[in-house]
Design a protein around this ligand. Sequence first.
Ligand code: FES
Length: 110
Amino acid sequence: MSETVTIVFLTPAGERLEVPARSGESVMEAAIQNNVDGIEAECGGACMCATCHVYAGEAAVAALPPRSEDEEDLLESAAAEVRDESRLSCQLTVTPALAGAVFGLPDRQV
Ligand code: FES
């Protein structure tokens, strides 16, 4: 059975949305399943749309592998400001190390 951890999405207004995420699924899937506003995921996780853009908090950055080249390229087309901690949440696999990790939601997606 996969382990469930709680991850946190931070809205641009500063609201913390705590959602359950199963290890093995993507951070984007956890957001969609929990109706997190601001993650559109138009391409369904195929690394083609950049509407699953999030800002990874410090703990998340430490627990995640670096961006792939595809992720890097696609982030350039993200609607919101791209920062060092920008990630495509469909490319981030939930692991127990992400328990309590915070992901900021960009001000506006496409
Ligand atoms: S859901 Fe489309 S790039 Fe992540």
